[in-house]
Design a binder for this molecule. Sequence first.
Ligand code: NDP
Ligand SMILES: CC(C)CCC[C@@H](C)[C@H]1CC[C@H]2C3=C(CC[C@]12C)[C@@]1(C)CCC(=O)C[C@@H]1CC3
Length: 376
Amino acid sequence: MEEAAVWMTGPSAQTMTGGGGRIDAAIGWERLWRPITARGCDVGWDIRGIGLALCERLLDEEPGLQLCLACRNMCRAQEARAALLTSHPRAQVGLLQLDTSSVTSVLKAAQEVKLRYSQLDYLYLNAGIMPNPQFDVKAFFKGVFSSKVVNMLATGEGILTQKDSTTADGMQEVFATNLFGHFLLVRELESLLCQPGHTSQVIWTSSSNAHQSAFSLEDIQHQQGTHPYSSSKYATDLLSLALNTHLNKQGLYSSVICPGFVMTKLTYAILPAFPDFLWTLAMPIFWFIRMFTNTFTLTSYNGAEALFWLFKQTPESLDAYSKYHSLTSGRGANHIQPRKMDVDEDTAEALYQKLLELEDQVRKKEERRDNASLLL
Ligand SMILES: NC(=O)C1=CN([C@@H]2O[C@H](COP(=O)(O)OP(=O)(O)OC[C@H]3O[C@@H](n4cnc5c(N)ncnc54)[C@H](OP(=O)(O)O)[C@@H]3O)[C@@H](O)[C@H]2O)C=CC1
Ligand SMILES: CC(C)CCC[C@@H](C)[C@H]1CC[C@H]2C3=C(CC[C@]12C)[C@@]1(C)CCC(=O)C[C@@H]1CC3
C-alpha cells in the first residue's frame, strides 16, 4: 500500500466540441484554449478546468508528487493524465472512476482508495456542476448601471438561475454532485485522513456565488428553488466548518476556496449561444473589468491560486471561518485573500446532522440493493 499525497475529484481535461468552429491560436498572454495535440476521446478544443490546472501547478512545485485523479469520464481522465505526464515525466498519476452524483460510485471508489493507499495528505473536492444555467440579460444590464455592479460581477448574484434534475438515487443532482457525494467520500475516507500523529487537508472548491439566501435547512437539497448551485456552495461552506468542529482533534482540517470567475466549460455553458469569436472579443472587456474587481481571474491557472496556496500552508494555521479567494490584479498578478464567511456554528452543525441522517438512509438503501442482488 502506498501513501497518496494528493487525491482529487473533477480534474479532467475538458474538451469543448461544436459550438461555433475552431480557434487556431491561444488568446493573448493568457492561454484559454489549447488545440488537442494527441487526439483522444472527443474532437474539439481543450479548455483546462481548475482541477487540471492545479495538478500542473502542484507538479511544478513537487515533480515527484503522488497524485490520484478521480473522474467520472475515464477517457477524459486519461487525457488529463497523459498531459500531466508529458509535462512532468517523473510524476506518479493514478486514476480512479468516480461519479460524485452516485452513491454506489462513491462507495466503490472509496473502497478502491482504501485498497490502494494507507494515508491521504490532501483531498481536493473540486467536482462541480451548474446545469442548465439561465442568464437573466435584463437583470444583468440593470445591474451594470446600478451601484451593485461590482458585487454582481464578483458573485453573479441576481443574474443566474438553474434548472435542476434528480439522480438515480432520487436526490437533487446539484446537491448530490457538488455536496453530498463529497461528504460521503470524506466520511468513507476518514480512516485514511485521520491517522495518529498526522494532519491532512480537505480542500473544497466553493464559490463567491455561495449565498445564505439561497440555502434553507428545511430544504437542504434545494428542491423548491431556482438557485441549486448557490445553495450547494453555501452548504459547502457550512459543511467545511462542521468538519473542522468534529475532526480537527483527529488531525483533519477542512478549508474552502473561491477561484474567482474563470473561463471553463462550466462558465462557457452560461452563454452557449455566444460564438467562440465573441468570447475572444469579450476578453479585453474582461481584462478591463479586472481593473475594478480582481475576482476576474479568468484562467484556470489563476483560479487555482488559492488551491495551490493552501497546499503549502500548515493546516493548523488556517481559519475555519474564512474562505480563501484567488484574486488577479489589473496587471495580471495573483494573490490570495481570506474573507470571513457568512456562516455560524449552529447552522453548520444542524446541516451536518441532516447529512448524517441522509447518509444513514442511503447506506441502508445500498445494503438492501446489495442483498437483493445477492439473492438473484
Ligand atoms: N469557473 C468558475 O468561474 C468557477 C468555478 N467554481 C467551481 O470550481 C470547480 C471546478 O469547476 P471548473 O473547473 O470551473 O469547471 P469544469 O466544468 O471545467 O470542471 C468541473 C469538473 O467536475 C467534474 N464533475 C462534474 N460532475 C461530476 C460528477 N458527477 N462526478 C465526478 N466529477 C464530476 C467534471 O468532470 P467531466 O470532465 O466529466 O465533466 C470536471 O472535471 C467546480 O466545483 C465549480 O463549481 C467556483 C467558482 C467559479
Ligand atoms: C459582456 C458579457 C458577455 C459579460 C457576461 C458576464 C457574466 C456571464 C459573468 C459575470 C460574472 C460571472 C460569474 C459567474 C458566471 C458568469 C458571470 C455571471 C459565476 C456565477 C460562475 C460560477 C461561480 O461559482 C461564481 C461566478 C461568479 C461570477
